[in-house]
Design a protein around this ligand. Structure first.
Ligand code: DC
Length: 228
């Protein structure tokens, strides 16, 4: 049967877009939501972290746009779909991607428009192929502006620092100061603001299961077709 002209190209992507600042609870929610919806989980922050790690390995400065682009072209982003898995980056693993060195350069690496253009193209491709729960900073505003469900997570700064300190077994005040610096740089690239059509969830006083329930309620309301 041929497609009616008005239907062509109007199918919405099977993507839940989750944005929010560092430590707002994106990864915890995205992982459990991806499992509940049987969709791949794509953490786009890891893509920028891998580029920052590659630059550190190669001695490329975070302001060397051409050098970064060359490194970016060599990165391989893999998402297993049977069963749905998490984004993996060939040759890069968690201890390196969460290192202090990566955290202190990643927002500079992420600030170059050509780097972002290339990353966004990759992210769009990953999500369009098999659907995804995708977390980042510009997923609802740019990469999947057409996502049927957009979630924006918030948490009080002290709560975000406490979570990061627990995750990284670090000292809370020092981590709080690092987060402030990164917030300030990150907000210059992507303003810390939800899009008008996003459901805002404050995770400060919610347990992970409660945040997941709030997200599932938004999906039941906006895109029940995503539920298994
Ligand atoms: O979410 P995260 O803390 O792992 O992200 C790491 C860095 O990458 C952060 O400084 C912001 C940047 N980032 C971005 O600019 N755009 C995204 N979609 C995801 C992350």
């Amino acid at each position: 049967m041929s497609e009616a002209p008005s239907d062509r190209g109007t199918a919405l992507p099977r993507v839940v877009a989750i944005d929010g600042a560092a430590g707002s609870g994106k990864s915890t929610l995205a992982k459990s939501l991806a499992e509940a919806l049987d969709l791949p989980y794509v953490n786009t922050g890891l893509m920028y972290r891998a580029l920052a790690a590659a630059a550190l390995r190669a001695g490329v400065a975070p302001d060397d746009e051409r050098g970064l682009l060359e490194l970016l072209r060599a990165l391989r982003f893999i998402v297993r779909v049977e069963p749905p898995g998490e984004l993996e980056i060939e040759g890069f693993g968690p201890p390196e991607l969460t290192s202090v060195e990566v955290e202190s350069t990643v927002s500079l690496v992420a600030s170059h428009p050509v780097v972002r253009m290339h990353m966004r193209k990759e992210q769009r491709g990953l999500g369009e192929a098999h659907g995804a729960v995708m977390e980042g900073r510009d997923i609802a505003s740019v990469v999947f502006a057409d996502a049927p469900v957009k979630l924006y997570l918030l948490a009080r700064p002290a709560e975000r620092a406490a979570r990061r300190a627990a995750e990284r077994q670090g000292e809370r005040d020092a981590i709080g100061r690092e987060l402030e610096v990164r917030d300030e740089r990150d907000a210059r690239i992507n303003p810390h603001e939800p899009t008008a059509d996003a459901v805002v969830i404050d995770t400060s006083d919610r347990r992970p299961a409660e945040t997941l329930e709030a997200a599932l309620a938004a999906i039941r309301d906006r895109a029940p077709g995503l539920l298994p």
